[in-house]
Design a protein around this ligand. Structure first.
Ligand code: F6R
Ligand code: MG
Ligand code: MG
Length: 366
């Protein structure tokens, strides 16, 4: 432990406009966000920051000493997205301001469109963390890999052989439809955990804690834009944070489940299942059929509240086969065209534009 003071790591993201469609963030938006966060660092609101993008989502990675849900930090993020939206409008970028669902900021960006993953902890002597950021999918995309990291000994060797991990982890699971929470422990409640999180569009892992001392291990953004807005306004391309090493899963145990390009909901029009492809920062740009869904992982150390890094973790030939498999799965799924299970099921399609089409069909019903 260093100072004993709790540091907060916040990732707040929004799609406020894409270049050439729902594709990538324009460099001027990155520059605008960098300027705003530099000023906030100078004035002491935040300690440090890193601005990046995955596809069309602008990502603000920030450290500070103001705790989770800090009004100062959330309003900084909100103002940054507002400022970037102005630039997007000026450049005629596509979907300018699309994720900013409200005009009235009331102290917290939760429920207003942007996605948030945050956690507060006392910095260890060395504090390695991984920031995951995905495009063209939803928060439930983290259910399978995070279950494997924190509950599956076939993924995480430390669960079996490291006494610091051996007692297991506690999962905080959110029901996004009924707005309820569950706290369930692995390994003893494993089957219950799976009974919930297998329904990825409804139940999402929100946080994970080390069971023996309740230390925060991971956090995921769990907004659902379409539930907030009541109509389809884009998928909530999710972000997540995981602390690594020394009492938490090793860096490689955290990355390992992403070697399986599992099927996630999202892709074209937020309406299709497709493989989640781990990519480097330079390949974080959705193209084919607006996808396939992609995820990047940036590794940092936090030292005295400062972000050291990043290192681009999926920029590694060790994930080449995963990417190749993802391409094969993408071909296979695409051949289904408008049919399920490539296209999502009716419950999920309710939040898209399909009901408008079906409504018109009513006239033809006899
Ligand atoms: C998926 C996504 C895109 C759009 C698609 C149609 O999350 O953002 O696949 O849904 O490009 O976009 P509009 O309706 O804006 O032309
Ligand atoms: Mg978009
Ligand atoms: Mg996006």
């Amino acid at each position: 432990m260093s100072t004993g003071k709790k540091v907060t790591l916040s990732i707040i993201k929004a799609d406020v406009g894409g270049l050439a469609g729902h594709h990538v963030v324009h460099p001027d938006l990155i520059a605008t966000a960098t300027r705003m966060l530099s000023e906030a660092k100078e004035s002491g609101i935040i300690e440090d920051f890193y601005v990046t993008n995955v596809g069309d989502d602008l990502q603000l990675i920030m450290t500070h000493y103001r705790g989770v849900d800090s009004k100062d930090v959330h309003s900084l993020a909100w103002d940054t997205f507002k400022e970037a939206t102005k630039v997007a409008q000026k450049l005629g970028l596509y979907g300018a301001g699309q994720d900013l669902l409200s005009d009235a900021f009331s102290g917290n960006v939760r429920g207003m469109g942007p996605g948030v993953a945050e956690m507060e902890f006392i910095e260890r002597t060395s504090e390695p963390v991984v920031a995951f950021m995905a495009d063209k999918t939803e928060p439930g995309a983290f259910n399978l890999p995070f279950y494997k990291i924190y509950a599956d000994p076939f993924n995480t060797a430390g669960l079996v052989i490291d006494p610091k991990l051996h007692s297991g982890f506690k999962f905080e699971i959110w029901d996004l439809i009924e707005h309820k929470q569950y706290f369930l422990n692995a390994p003893e409640d494993s089957y219950d955990i799976l009974a919930l999180i297998g329904t990825t569009g409804r139940f999402t892992i929100k946080r994970v804690y080390r069971k023996d001392n309740n230390e925060i291990a991971a956090a995921v953004s769990s907004e659902r834009l379409n539930l907030i807005a009541g109509k389809y306004v884009g998928k909530d391309d999710p972000v997540a944070i995981a602390r690594a090493q020394s009492g938490f899963p090793a860096l490689g145990e955290i990355l390992e489940p992403f070697s399986f390009p599992h099927l996630v909901a999202g892709w074209m029009r937020g309406s299709h299942n497709g493989p989640l492809m781990p990519v480097s920062q330079k390949d974080a740009r959705c193209t084919r059929f607006d996808g396939p869904p992609r995820i990047i992982a940036l590794g940092f150390n936090i030292k005295d509240g400062k972000l050291i890094g990043p290192t681009d973790l999926f920029d590694d030939p060790a994930f080449d086969e995963t990417r190749r498999t993802a391409q094969i799965i993408a071909d296979y799924m695409r051949r289904h065209g408008p049919f399920m299970p490539h296209r999502l099921g009716p419950e999920e399609m309710e939040y898209t534009t399909l009901p408008q089409v079906l409504k018109k069909l009513e006239e033809k019903k006899i």
